[in-house]
Design a protein around this ligand. Structure first.
Ligand code: NDP
Length: 388
């Protein structure tokens, strides 16, 4: 039987890679639903390509444009609009697999809906698990869903832990690798532009995650994600800079063994791994050419030049409320940086000042997470205004 797939964030970088892998295996997968935020014409083009049953545009003001676009293309795809309709896409008839590839906390509610529906969730949307790790993991357990990571680092760890049969006792630490981003060797960061920050040396990605990679907040969010996904304390999760992005992450065991997963930097590999798990299917990625690679190098992250990584560890130690605030402040600061309303160095300053006001009390419901997110956005917004 074919798996019915819903792709949240189909018009983005992960969404496009996901469709590339899915289309290689028409015998295994059928696309049932696609969603986007506001890119109507891109969504219509994808619908013409894969003919899903449902298309959702989260911006309600664009629903009629989507409806007209689908009709003009002669497509029978059912059209829905508004953020609430994202959850309808993941619970639509025929869906059993959800690719969570919305950027930001906006992906949290539909990802939770997928967990409650008992689906297989392929998680790229790290902000969702950073904001509500405990609630999401609970929903996965009670909904009898399955959560598989798409981040290449977490996919690597998932693969390295495969032989541990669920026992974490033999693991000494998780080692997340980081490319170091476009400014790994640049000392002067005060004049950085959005174009420079988005020019990642190894990966082509959406603008928000590209800036997160440049500040190393991406790695910080991934430390929090790893803690929730695999159940390790921050003291057992290390970050190592590995500029070639070939070793995607590693697991060190108490006997001294270290397992690593390697591959070319291509998101279609973790996508194919998660889509077919526990089987293996072709992804379209290139073979790793060891002879052309030469050396693989490793270095320590520079916490002084990239304070966002330290801020993420601090938030993880402080607890779930701080993680909500960290993520919200980061989303606001990155938006402002991309809109040239905040400097590159201002991103960490805004996050640090916002975090100082974060409550200690952990959120107990999704509503409390969303309230915390809104409060943190207000504080961060005011700080950004003041810094302009
Ligand atoms: P993109 O910016 O390329 O795409 C984001 C997608 O989310 C688009 O489809 C966009 O729609 C949609 N979207 C944005 N805002 C909203 C909203 N408020 N409501 C509903 N949909 C929304 O991002 P990426 O594909 O690069 O990243 C997606 C997620 O995957 C992020 O969490 C990122 O950290 C993670 N990730 C990405 C990797 C990569 O290689 N790109 C690697 C590992 C993780 P529209 O086009 O209409 O704006």
């Amino acid at each position: 039987m074919k798996h019915g797939v819903a792709i949240l964030g189909a018009t983005g970088s992960i969404g496009k890679s996901a469709l590339d892998v899915i289309e290689r295996h028409p015998d295994r997968f059928r696309v049932v639903a696609l969603t986007a935020h506001s890119s109507v014409s891109a969504l219509v083009a994808l619908c013409a390509r894969v003919r899903p049953d449902f298309a959702v545009i989260a911006d309600p003001a664009r629903e009629s444009a989507l409806r007209e676009g689908l009709a003009a293309a002669g497509l029978p795809t059912e059209c829905l609009g508004g953020a609430a309709a994202l959850s309808s896409a993941v619970t639509a008839p025929g869906v059993d697999t959800v690719i969570a590839a919305i950027v930001g906390a906006a992906g949290l509610v539909p990802t939770l809906a997928a967990a409650r529906a008992g689906h297989r969730i392929l998680l790229a949307n790290k902000e969702a698990i950073v904001c509500a790790g405990g609630l999401l993991m609970d929903a996965v357990r009670t909904g009898e869903a399955q959560l598989l990571p798409l981040d290449s680092e977490h996919s690597a760890i998932h693969q390295c832990l495969a032989g541990t049969a669920g026992t974490r006792g033999g693991v000494r630490r998780l080692i997340l690798t980081a490319s170091g981003g476009p400014f790994r060797t640049r000392t002067e960061l005060s004049e950085v532009t959005p174009e420079q920050a988005c020019a990642h040396p190894n990966w082509v990605m959406g603008r928000k995650i590209s800036v997160d990679s440049a500040t190393l907040m991406n790695k910080g969010l991934e430390v929090i994600e790893a803690s929730w996904l695999f159940g390790f304390a921050p003291a057992n999760i290390d970050v190592v800079v590995h500029p070639q992005s070939v070793v995607h992450s590693m697991v060190e065991f108490v006997d001294g063994s270290v397992l690593a997963q390697l591959g070319t930097p291509d998101m279609r590999t973790p996508l194919a791994y998660a889509l077919a798990f526990p089987e293996r299917v072709a992804s379209g990625s290139d073979t790793l050419d060891f002879l052309a690679l030469g050396a693989l190098t490793f270095e320590a992250p520079d916490y002084a030049r990239f304070p966002c990584l330290r801020l993420a560890y601090d938030a993880l130690r402080a607890g779930p409320a701080a993680c909500v605030w960290l993520n919200a402040a980061n989303e606001m600061a990155v938006d402002a940086f991309l809109a040239r309303r905040l400097s590159f160095l201002g991103i960490a300053r805004v996050i640090e000042a916002t975090l100082e006001q974060a409550p200690l009390q952990a959120p107990h419901s999704i509503d409390e997470v969303l309230q915390g997110d809104a409060s943190a956005r207000r504080k961060a917004g005011a700080l950004i205004e003041r810094s302009a």
